[in-house]
Each structure stands twice: as structure tokens, then as C-alpha cells.
Ligand binder design. Structure first.
Ligand code: AMP
Length: 281
């Protein structure tokens, strides 16, 4: 599985990446972590990046593209990877496309964690407090001043990637304001919907009846989830995201007939696609 996690600082990319690493044995490629390691080791890249990172600005594209290109050549990449914090600009995304093409690697999905900006400062403050409590060194760019600069660069340089990947039909958006557990569940559902992971195995024949009663959501519930997912995530003035449609498809795929009908009503075009795909299979 090859995945990109997209979202502003404090959106929960690192937390979710960790969970995916544990569940699927993927490698997390965090350019922020790699750069911090380079700064600590005082490598030439680290020396170049140090002050830029401390100020909350982005390190030049060539540097991070070089780091990622080298990393993708390592043998541990074969089980798949999660890119966390890369790409962060359109030129980085274009360079990544080129790299993946050259290495014959297919990207499965780009998952955007969408959060309210007002919550981000709180989250970063919590992160700092937790790191202090664990006796860990606190990042020098985790201050309110630098955070606002990092957010500004996210808005102007990274947010265009939402359009970039949406156009390429790779984008799925998850409401990052949900609990960590709910976000993880949603990500897993998207990964199953795009075929990046096997959907959960069907219950064994004998247990099927009981499982239906206990584990499966009722038709009403799935329809509700699907309708909820079809609503645009909290960004004013934007149409319902592709992610919402995907979530609808995912919900439909798992739902009962009644639920499917209700979900189809919520987003009929997406429904047709799913039906066609199924028919092909
Ligand atoms: P992060 O840990 O992802 O928040 O990144 C910390 C800092 O590292 C950022 O504020 C940037 O200065 C730098 N950085 C990390 N990833 C990138 C990237 N893809 N492009 C440019 N700068 C980056």
C-alpha cells in the first residue's frame, strides 16, 4: 500500500501514520522527522534546513525531493509506505509523480485530514505538554508564533495539493475533528474502498446469522453514515468532496439492500460507478 497523508500541522497525520504502520507493516516516511534527524546529526542537509525549519518556513523542494528519492530506493519500501508531510508543494507532488512512475510504483490514495484551524493550536499545545511529560525534547517550531507561520505556508503552498490529487482521482477527505479511533476507522474504510487493503473477511457460514445480528450495522445506520459522509466537510463554499463520495461507496459496499438504496439517493453518480465495478468483478 502506498499512501499520502495530507493535512496541516496538528491534524493527526503522525498519529494515524503510526497506527497504519502497526496494522499493515508499512514504513512511515516523514520528511519532518528525516530533516530533524539531519539537523541533529549536523549533516550538510541538516545545516541547510535548521534555520528554515525553526522559522516555520518550508525547506527548498530540491532538498526534500532528494531525501525522498533516496529513501524510496531502500529495500524496506517493498511492503509499502505512508508519506507524512511530503509532498507539501505542487512541484514536490509533480516530482513525486515522476519518481513513482520511474520506479514503477503506484500510489493508492491521498488522504486529507481536514481540521478546524482553531483546534490546531490546542492540539499542538497538548502535543508539547505530552512530550514534556515524557521527558522528550520539544520541537523548536511548536510555538504559537511559528505554528501560525507553518499554517500560513500550509494554506498557500500545500492546500493546492487538494485540487491536484482530486483532479487525479486520488483524494479522499476525512473529518480530522473526529476522535483518533473514528479517524482510523474512516481511513481503513477508504483503504478498503480503493482496494488498497482487503476488506474485512466475511464471517464464517455458521456464525453468519449471529454476526449479522450483532456486528453489522442496520440498514438505517449505514444509510445515515452514508448520508453524513456525503455532506461536505467543514469548509465553506466547497462542493461535497470526493472523499465523501468514496465514503458513501464504502458504506454502500458494506450495507444491506435498504441501506444501499438510501445511499444511492445521497449520491447517485458515485453509486453507478460502484455498481459497474462490481458487475465487472
Ligand atoms: P513536520 O514535522 O512535517 O511538521 O515538518 C517540520 C518542518 O520540516 C516543516 O515546518 C518544514 O520546515 C520542514 N519540512 C518537512 N517536510 C517538508 C517538505 N515536504 N517540504 C518542505 N519542508 C518540509
Amino acid at each position: 500500500m502506498r499512501l499520502i497523508l495530507l493535512g496541516p500541522p496538528g491534524a493527526g497525520k503522525g498519529t494515524q501514520a503510526q497506527r497504519l504502520v502497526q496494522k499493515y507493516g508499512l514504513v512511515q516516511l516523514s520528511t519532518g522527522e528525516m530533516l530533524r534527524a539531519a539537523v541533529a546529526a549536523q549533516t550538510p542537509v541538516g545545516l541547510q534546513a535548521k534555520d528554515i525549519m525553526a522559522s516555520g518556513a518550508l525547506v527548498p523542494d530540491e532538498i526534500v525531493i532528494g531525501i525522498i528519492s533516496d529513501r524510496l530506493d531502500q529495500p524496506d519500501m517493498k511492503n509499502g509506505f505512508i508519506l507524512d508531510g511530503f509532498p507539501r508543494t505542487v512541484p514536490q507532488a509533480a516530482a513525486l509523480d515522476e519518481l513513482l512512475k520511474r520506479k514503477h510504483i503506484r500510489l493508492d490514495a491521498v488522504i486529507e485530514l481536514r481540521v478546524n484551524e482553531s483546534a490546531l493550536l490546542d492540539r499542538v499545545e497538548t502535543r508539547v505538554a505530552e512530550m514534556r511529560a515524557r521527558g522528550e525534547e520539544v520541537r523548536i517550531d511548536d510555538t504559537p508564533e511559528v505554528l501560525s507561520k507553518r499554517l500560513a505556508s500550509y494554506r498557500s503552498l500545500t492546500e493546492p495539493l487538494i485540487h491536484y490529487y482530486s483532479e487525479r482521482r486520488k483524494l479522499a477527505t476525512v473529518d480530522g475533528m473526529m476522535t483518533i479511533e473514528q479517524v482510523t476507522r474512516e481511513i481503513n474504510r477508504i483503504l478498503a474502498a480503493v482496494g488498497a487493503v482487503e476488506p474485512k473477511a466475511a464471517p464464517a457460514r455458521k456464525a453468519r446469522g449471529a454476526a449479522r445480528k450483532t456486528a453489522r450495522p442496520t440498514g438505517k445506520k449505514v444509510a445515515k453514515t452514508a448520508k453524513k459522509a456525503a455532506k461536505p466537510a467543514p469548509r465553506a463554499g466547497k462542493p461535497a468532496s470526493r472523499a465523501a463520495k468514496k465514503a458513501v461507496s464504502a458504506a454502500r459496499g458494506r450495507g444491506t439492500g435498504k441501506a444501499k438504496k438510501a445511499a444511492n439517493k445521497a449520491a447517485p453518480r458515485a453509486a453507478k460507478k460502484v455498481t459497474k465495478k462490481r458487475a465487472k468483478r
